[in-house]
Design a protein around this ligand. Structure first.
Ligand SMILES: Cc1ncc(COP(=O)(O)O)c(C=O)c1O
Length: 376
């Protein structure tokens, strides 16, 4: 499929065939494709200046306004944001900050976690099969089972940080249950470890709150975001208290360096995206749209719908059925996708701007495909 153009909830191929997009660039296109406010912000910034020098040297309004607006919408303890080029770079920054702040080396991550694909992020990925050939990776990483309360005792005074996805993505959109995140946060406080929450996928309205952690009574020490913040442009960010973040200034000097992080054009797009998400009623509509998906995706071959808001996974009885649905939906003009480590899951992460009619239309395509699948 060769892309010709994309607009709103649709991607068009070189033959001008329209595809309804239920994936949104893997949860990245929060406002759909080519949202007019994002495009205007990009054009305005491009007419002023592109890259001049790594931010911090000069005051560059888009990055300053973006980080200020993020702070306005975050709890007081998450006041300083460092902008990066991608989600995985932000994870690297967060892990480095935790080591620098605690003087400890152990990182605890979750089994089946996905945090990105550079060496540090891959070291905390809880899926050995995908990382074995890249070993040796970063040492002193241990894994606990997500939602397993007994495992929380493995967090000790040797632990620099616990890193968790607020909702596990690659594992199959697994929500924390029974105040799990709060319990991990309490244990971290007891032993002086930092809690890093990876919101690269659930962040920016997708779960019915601006940030996923707001659903689970838990505020991390370091918050990592990306994907949806950029409105279709590449970005990542890690956020912490001023006291923590300032540690990256010294010992060593310039504790995290990036040439393009905070790029003015990208920051302008992210600022327009964040304004639109927070000033419109998109976030409140997210839960209504989730309900619509759940209403219209009822079928004997859908065993469960996991996830929250517009971060949903329709589970089928087998990887084969899931494959058939995903591949055949494209022929039928609907984009679906897989999740990394859960072969029975069909990813449904549309733009937040998707309309009710588009949801009903796409669900109809999925149900028609399921109806045509013969099982014995
Ligand atoms: C939860 C999570 N963390 C980190 C990443 C890595 O982000 P990026 O691909 O921007 O490096 C992803 C990307 O899929 C993700 O879903």
């Amino acid at each position: 499929m060769e892309i010709s153009h994309a607009e709103g909830s649709y991607i068009y191929d070189a033959n001008n065939k329209a595809y309804l997009d239920f994936v949104a660039g893997v949860s990245a296109c929060t406002l759909g494709h080519k949202h007019p406010k994002v495009v205007t912000a990009l054009k305005t910034q491009i007419d002023s200046y592109l890259h001049v020098m790594v931010y911090g040297e000069y005051i560059q309004k888009p990055a300053v306004e973006l980080t200020k607006l993020l702070a306005k919408h975050l709890p007081k303890s998450l006041e300083k944001t460092y902008l990066t080029n991608s989600g995985t770079e932000a994870i690297e920054g967060a892990l480095k900050l935790a080591k620098r702040a605690t003087g400890r080396s152990q990182i605890i991550a979750a089994k089946k976690a996905y945090h990105g694909n550079t060496m540090g992020s891959m070291s905390v990925m809880g899926f050995e099969e995908r990382k074995q050939v890249f070993r040796p990776l970063v040492p002193d990483v241990s894994f606990i089972a997500f939602n397993n309360e007994a495992d929380i005792q493995h967090i000790t005074n040797k632990t620099a940080a616990v890193i968790l996805e607020t909702i596990q993505g690659g594992a199959g959109f697994i929500e924390p249950t029974n105040n799990y995140l709060q319990k991990v946060a309490t244990r971290c406080k007891e032993v002086g470890a930092l809690l890093i929450l990876d919101e690269i996928q659930p962040g920016f309205g997708r779960t019915g709150k601006l940030f996923g952690f707001e659903n689970y009574n838990c505020i991390p020490d370091i918050l990592v975001t990306g994907k949806g913040l950029g409105g279709g442009m590449p970005i990542g960010a890690f956020t912490a208290s001023g006291k923590l973040m300032d540690l990256l200034q010294d010992n060593p000097k310039l504790g995290h360096i990036t040439t393009f992080g905070g790029h003015p054009v990208i920051a302008a797009a992210a600022l327009a995206t964040l304004k639109e998400v927070t000033e419109s009623n998109l976030i409140t509509q997210t839960l209504e749209k989730e309900a619509l998906f759940r209403k219209h995706l009822v079928h004997p071959l859908i065993t469960e719908i996991r996830g929250k808001g517009l971060m949903l996974a329709a589970m089928t009885p087998s990887a084969d059925i899931t494959n058939q649905v995903i591949l055949r939906s494209q022929e039928a003009g609907l984009i679906l996708f897989w999740l990394l480590f859960e072969p029975k899951a069909i990813r449904i992460t549309p733009p937040l701007t998707i309309s009710n009619q588009e949801i009903i239309k796409g669900c109809g395509i999925i149900i028609a495909i399921l109806n045509s699948i013969e099982t014995n």
